[in-house]
Write a protein that binds this ligand. Structure first.
Ligand SMILES: Cc1cc2nc3c(=O)[nH]c(=O)nc-3n(C[C@H](O)[C@H](O)[C@H](O)COP(=O)(O)OP(=O)(O)OC[C@H]3O[C@@H](n4cnc5c(N)ncnc54)[C@H](O)[C@@H]3O)c2cc1C
Length: 483
């Protein structure tokens, strides 16, 4: 897996840089080769898109010594696994598709999905900086697909992707390539244990290096980009007691992968007085593999007796709350031959996570539901899809009817997907304490932070928010001077 990640880089230089960086973490950590009293300009904790954006922005804004610490054996965290929809205003592409959009509308959508619990000043920054961030990422080497999508729970067509295959991987590798090429160092298998504080300022981190020994690293600034805590069952139950071990995470649905989302940043920041925001809002989504589509309008969800029960275009919170009320909390996702399926289709068919049927009756028999009920459900849905209006659940986005065999269907269950909240921060990505002051020298970005989303998040905004505040954190850290 590591080999694949390392050698899929497009340029020789990138390969060489990554191999050097990875090699050094295998033969002895980079910091060990530095002078003993070395002081970094910026230490970034976590190598997902938030941390990598921060590293790139810091380097672009005058930081010289930037060190990225990653506890996992590979880069990328949840970012590399993500489907990769990035919501943002992009007039040059949206206008070509006749899409009218604005930062105001995006903000309205974020507040609607977030139940108006969002920190509006932070949500505003995400929306108003989304267009410049799309362009910034393009300058760093991201190659956007020209098609703009409406992602599930996105409420409006404004989501970008680099292609339907492995967009998350593209973001991580492109940003990593840029950061390494411009001088950043990367240490894998290096866990940050704690923040070192002096006179109320953060001046470094205690780390556990790959050999297991513990050391100190000093830095002018530290950026926490440690991701969420979806994989930490006791922590997530502390904030939402419903989320016991029976719920897998969507990053690791079968419990076989490395998942670093254990809330380390949250825990270490709280130890030195950081406040939290919205930590009780964890997002659940159906992510067992049965859904084939991430855009709205090409599929339907039915319960185990073959009836629709929700507007599939609603927010994830509405969809998940509705699933929690269905028998056995299990549902089927159904699409047909016309929809645009992702790259996982082949493997899902092989694993029988997705099945194919040539008729509704054959599909009903496989699902063990009444064929009459399923036919009625699909016929009624198709009539309404043709009219563009669903009188029962209020769906109003349809890209097709579901009537061209073969039909594709898969069972879905809920997984814990995303932490809408985390460490409290301000518009400069500075960590805010419970008394309202900031902690000088400490920044946070990405899923480790809380504020922009409220009680649920707009589709595609996790990544956009990580890019936007990653960039802000990097710029601010590069400017920070210890007074
Ligand atoms: C399957 C899946 C699909 C998704 N699809 C989308 C999508 O299409 N659009 C969207 O907007 N969002 C999506 N998301 C959510 C989005 O991917 C994440 O919110 C985002 O990638 C988080 O980025 P991050 O950089 O904050 O954290 P991460 O990418 O999770 O990176 C955090 C990193 O920090 C490391 N770390 C943690 N603690 C320490 C420590 N103590 N020391 C050193 N390193 C540490 C972790 O190992 C990890 O590598 C998806 C998520 C999943 C799981």
């Amino acid at each position: 897996c590591m080999k694949a990640l390392v050698f899929q880089g497009k340029k020789m230089l990138f390969r060489r840089e990554v191999v050097l960086a990875l090699g050094s973490s295998l033969t002895g950590p980079i910091w060990a080769q530095e002078k003993k009293d070395k002081k970094w300009d910026v230490i970034v904790v976590g190598s997902g898109v938030a941390g990598l954006s921060a590293a790139c922005a810091a380097l672009q804004n005058g930081a010289h010594n930037v060190l990225i610490l990653e506890k996992g054996p590979i880069v990328g965290g949840h970012s590399i696994l993500s489907t990769g929809y990035v919501a943002g205003i992009d007039r040059k592409r949206q206008e070509k598709q006749g899409i009218v959009d604005s930062p105001e509308l995006m903000l309205q959508n974020m507040l609607e999905i977030g139940g108006n619990k969002n920190d509006v000043s932070l949500a505003k920054i995400v929306c108003y900086q989304s267009e410049s961030t799309i362009n910034w990422l393009e300058e760093l080497g991201i190659k956007w697909d020209d098609r703009i999508f409406q992602t599930v729970a996105g409420l409006h067509p404004r989501s970008h992707i680099t292609g339907l295959v492995r967009a998350g991987h593209d973001y991580v590798m492109t940003l990593l390539q840029y950061a390494l090429k411009h001088g950043a160092k990367l240490n894998l298998r290096t866990r940050v244990l704690d923040l070192i504080e002096m006179d109320g300022k953060v001046i470094g981190v205690n780390i556990q290096n790959p050999s297991g020994s513990v050391s100190k690293l000093f830095s002018r600034t530290v950026i926490l980009a440690t991701g969420g805590f979806t994989a930490n069952v006791s922590l997530r139950m502390k904030y939402d007691s419903r989320l016991g071990p029976e719920f897998p995470t969507t990053a690791n649905p079968f419990g076989k992968n490395f998942d670093g989302a254990t809330g380390d940043g949250l825990i270490m920041a709280q130890k030195i007085g950081a406040a939290t925001k919205d930590v009780e809002y964890l997002q659940l989504i159906p992510f067992w593999g049965g859904r084939l589509l991430d855009y709205v309008g090409g599929d339907i969800y039915v319960n185990i007796i073959g009836k629709r029960f929700v507007n599939e275009a609603a927010s994830w919170k509405e969809v998940s709350d509705a699933i929690l009320l269905q028998p056995q909390r299990e549902i089927w996702a159904i699409t047909d031959a016309q929809s645009q399926k992702g790259a996982s289709l082949g493997i899902k068919l092989i694993n029988k996570v997705i099945k194919k049927a040539n008729s509704i009756e054959e599909m009903a028999s496989e699902m063990k539901v009444s064929p009459q009920t399923l036919r009625q459900t699909i016929d009624f849905y198709n009539q309404n899809a043709k009219k563009g209006k669903d009188p029962i659940f209020g769906k109003n986005i349809f890209t097709q009817t579901i009537d061209r065999p073969p039909y594709y269907f898969g069972k879905e269950k809920l997984g814990v997907h995303f932490c809408c909240g985390g460490i409290k921060f301000n518009q400069l990505a500075e960590v805010v304490k419970t008394d309202g002051d900031i902690i000088p020298g400490l920044y946070v970005c990405g899923e480790a932070s809380g504020g922009p989303h409220g009680h649920d998040r707009l589709g595609g905004v996790a990544l956009m928010s990580a890019f936007v505040f990653g960039k802000i954190a990097g710029i601010q850290a590069s400017k920070f001077r210890n007074l």
